[in-house]
Write a protein that binds this ligand. Structure first.
Ligand code: ATP
Length: 433
């Protein structure tokens, strides 16, 4: 097993920012702590991860229904789910420098020399705002701290409209907000982030079986993205760290440059949420099993992952450096083909119009099926370096011979091997991959 690599963090953050994956939010005004914008390549990568998530959860053995629920819900939702009371972190304040920290934060030790900490106080992480023009207790609303509640409150809607049969799942993806006391480590912990969550509804007697199913499936998914196997591990929560709703939780952890940390939590929430929403809303949220003639509140197994955190773990995991024969070092993101923001770079050897014209023609054909980019800026060597650095798996180079023989060179990012191929065989070449 490899050990954490602190230098890696700085390198990945630097490339992310210089190549257009992630920018500091409000950067022209000096930035806003813990807020990030995703640039052209980051936005594409996020979309690609999310597409693979949807693709992987919908398959023959499980019935998964997608929903896309509101960020602002009735405050009653958060009362019933327990978030108003329980969604807190312990916060301490240094009486000398007045800085505030989550009580388990490593940053406390760096705070000040004459540190004197207050007793921990519980701080609620939900962002508050007001709906409508009047600001009072009745108009107070919260930005959702998880996408999961949007699923529970739509359980009956989905059941009825889709005629769903247990076991089945409902999946929701989107932004969540937590007023983290100590955000940090780039996009690992931010106050605004994206989650990918499933509630998988099953019989109480089948909870353990589905819990095992989802742990295995989700672990396999991270590996299928190209995240290194020896950088992933499972860790079961101790009794005293379980969230207020959970019977059991197993985290999928990643070995970040500072050590192991959560990537996804898979929790057995039992019937906690549906029961609580039924009690507080007065709506019947039971499931009727017509075959066995029984009525019950199902249990929920919840694989809850972070889309933005996965993007970060992926960048860390596929980052690589390679010494070249001329003693230069090339850096690369070894994205799998489906994830690469740009899948095929199309490069004219020089800026001559007739070469660019061929590149544009090739681009017209390939861009229908692939994410392509015609790259004409700077020398060919620098362009290869840039394409490696942004993780483009293949580059097509159009040179002067192409004008004669209608062929181009395909360069493989990982092996750097070059292959000559006729332009009219290009589509077939990529189809076969
Ligand atoms: P942590 O212990 O890191 O605070 P958590 O246990 O509170 O996380 P969950 O409530 O289980 O997190 O949320 C599910 C997933 O959402 C996490 O595994 C993570 O990937 C993501 N996530 C949670 N909080 C944040 C955040 N502040 N920034 C980015 N991603 C987050």
């Amino acid at each position: 097993m490899e050990t954490p690599d602190k230098e890696l963090f700085d390198k990945v953050v630097k490339i992310s920012q210089s190549r257009g994956f992630v920018f500091n939010a409000s950067s022209i005004y000096g930035g806003l702590r813990s807020s990030y914008d995703y640039g052209p390549l980051g936005a594409l990568l996020k979309q690609n991860i999310s597409n693979l998530w949807w693709k992987s959860i919908k398959n023959a053995d499980t019935n998964i229904y997608p929903v896309d629920t509101a960020i602002i819900q009735s405050s009653d939702v958060w009362k019933s789910s327990g978030h108003l009371e329980e969604f807190t972190d312990p916060m301490v304040e240094c009486k000398k420098c007045n800085k505030r920290f989550r009580s388990d934060s490593e940053e406390i030790t760096e705070c000040c020399d004459n540190q004197e900490l207050t007793e921990p106080k519980q701080f609620n992480l939900m962002f508050e705002t007001y709906s409508g023009p009047v600001k009072n207790e009745n108009s107070q609303v919260f930005l959702r701290p998880e996408t999961a509640q949007g699923i529970f409150i739509n359980f009956e809607n989905v059941l009825r409209t889709m005629r769903a049969k247990i076991p089945f799942g409902i999946a929701n993806i989107g932004k969540s907000f937590r007023n983290e006391i100590t955000p940090g480590q780039f996009i690992f912990r931010t106050r605004e982030f994206e989650q990918m969550e499933i509630e998988f509804f099953c019989k109480e007697s089948e909870e353990d079986q589905w819990m095992d199913y989802w742990i295995k499936k989700r672990m396999e998914w991270y590996q299928s993205l190209g995240i290194k196997e020896d950088h992933l591990q499972l860790r079961e929560h101790e009794e005293n760290e379980l969230a207020h709703y959970a019977k059991k939780t197993v985290d999928i952890e990643y070995l970040y440059p500072w050590g192991w940390g959560e990537l996804e939590g898979i929790a057995n929430r039992g019937s906690y949420d549906l029961l609580s929403h039924q009690e507080n809303s007065g709506k019947d949220l039971t499931y009727f099993d017509s075959v066995n003639d029984e009525k019950y509140i199902p249990s929920a197994i919840e694989p809850a992952g972070g889309l933005t955190r996965t993007l970060f773990a992926l960048l860390l995991s596929v980052y690589d450096e390679e010494k070249l024969e001329n003693d230069e070092t090339r850096t690369l993101f070894r994205f799998i083909f489906e994830l690469a923001p740009i899948q095929i770079g199309i490069l004219p050897l020089s800026k001559k119009d007739d070469l660019i014209e061929i590149c544009n023609d090739i681009n017209k054909i390939l861009s229908e099926d692939y994410r392509t980019e015609v790259d004409i800026t700077q020398s060919i060597g620098k362009r290869y370096r840039r394409q490696d650095e942004i993780g483009t798996p293949y580059c097509i180079t159009v040179d002067f011979e192409s004008l004669e023989d209608n062929s181009v060179t395909i360069r493989d990012r990982d092996t750097m091997k070059q292959e000559r191929i006729s332009i009219d065989k290009l589509s077939e070449y990529f189809e076969k991959l």
